[in-house]
Design a protein around this ligand. Structure first.
Ligand code: GAF
Length: 388
């Protein structure tokens, strides 16, 4: 990545090349890692993500013909659409559906969306579980809101971007990724109550604590990730209905045994146990961070991974190998982050040990003849913003 121009420069250069005119502005939104709280968002629960320094940048200007034209650096394609294509979901597919979905959701909510020319460049890797789709939605949304002078406060934007993804793109995701891309703050993790959408910015100053977060791309292909995600979500909703609660959020940690006793299906019991214990791990992590005991969240991260592996069944051998090797090399805690079935692992490490932990993961991969992993260390970055 070091030999590439800055992503904001690339977006503006792409805009000038494609449209032969400069953009009116540039808007950026980040990818995210989730520190803890996996598959809890669509159960009305708690999550604790932070924004990555890896960003998607949209250069944009009003469209003279009131349409939407978008160019992507990644594919080199330009996709053009008008009001007909965004009258209902399904007309635009592929990567441009995330853009059309945002236009559709804004219009459906009654906003007078301005036509726009857009150019997209990104440093958020696709398919790595770092939420490249929400970064694209958030950056496009910020651009359209500003270009049109629309009245849409930041706290209402995640729900709208999620609607684009759920209804226009057709992916049944929760509210975490869009919230992270839009509402995160530099130097902080975002404690989000996914039922009320209340956010609390929790200071997470890794440098001051002598810590590092290592993000390791497992390089595991996402095997049936979409279908499995929808399946897990459906299992949770069915279990909530059987238990007579609105969402699994309503099963308290100290009521877990009673709830499990009321479920006959062993698989349903495991899914419920993951969600209920994971919500508690988020709350416990927040309490530790607030108390300045950041090292101690390590055990909770590792317990989260075990729960995803054993109860929610969303890990794959590559991510389990990365977690085990990181822990054996001295990581304070490690877990898969994101929807699962591949993607990234995060490890909380003493800053001085980051290299040795990364080397141990690489060696463990070589032993098993897995595709070599890649890794980077990250600190919490800001959410979506206008650059100029
Ligand atoms: C994906 C989804 F998009 C999120 O909403 C969330 O459910 C996550 O998987 C799992 O925690 O990133």
């Amino acid at each position: 990545m070091t030999d590439r121009l800055d992503v904001a420069v690339r977006a503006a250069a792409g805009f000038r090349t494609v449209y032969a005119t400069p953009p009116a502005g540039r808007w950026a939104a980040p990818g995210r890692v989730n520190l803890i709280g996996e598959h809890t968002d669509y159960n009305d629960g708690f999550v604790l993500p932070f924004a990555l320094p890896l960003r998607t940048v949209v250069a944009a200007a009003p469209h003279p013909a009131g349409r939407w034209t978008v160019w992507s650096e990644l594919t080199g394609e330009t996709v053009d659409f008008g009001p007909d294509e965004v009258a209902a979901p399904g007309r635009i597919t592929g990567w441009a559906a995330y853009v059309a979905g945002v236009v559709w959701a804004l219009r459906e909510a009654g906003h007078p969306v301005p036509g726009a020319r857009l150019a997209v460049a990104s440093d958020v890797p696709l398919g790595a579980g770092l939420s490249s789709s929400a970064a694209l939605e958030a950056a496009v949304l910020a651009a359209l809101v500003d270009l049109g002078g629309l009245d849409l406060p930041a706290e209402q934007r995640p729900r709208l971007a999620q609607r684009a993804e759920n209804r226009y793109v057709g992916a049944p995701t929760g509210i975490m990724d869009q919230s992270a891309a839009i509402r995160c703050r530099a130097g902080h993790a975002l404690f989000l109550d996914c039922r009320t959408e209340q956010v609390t910015h929790i200071p997470f100053d890794l440098d001051a604590d002598g810590l590092a977060v290592l993000v390791i791309d497992s390089r595991a292909p996402h095997r049936h990730a979409d279908g499995e995600y929808a399946d897990r979500r459906a299992s949770c909703e069915q279990a909530a209905a059987l238990l007579g609660v609105t969402a699994l959020r309503d099963v308290p940690a100290d009521g877990l045994d009673d709830a499990l006793a009321r479920l006959v299906d062993e698989e349903a019991r495991r899914r419920v146990r993951h969600v209920v214990t994971e919500n508690q791990r988020v709350l416990d992590s927040v309490a530790l961070l607030r108390a300045g005991r950041s090292r101690q969240i390590g055990g909770l991260l590792t317990a989260s991974h075990a729960s995803m592996r054993d109860d929610f069944a969303i890990t794959v051998p590559e991510v389990d190998t990365a977690v085990e090797a990181a822990l054996a090399a001295g990581a304070l805690g490690a877990r898969m982050t994101g929807g699962g079935f591949g993607g990234c692992v995060l490890a909380l490490v003493e800053a001085a040990q980051a290299d040795q932990v990364a080397a141990a993961v690489t060696a463990a991969y070589a032993d098993r003849a897995f595709t070599p992993p890649t890794h980077t260390t990250v600190t919490p970055a800001p959410g979506a913003t206008r650059l100029d």
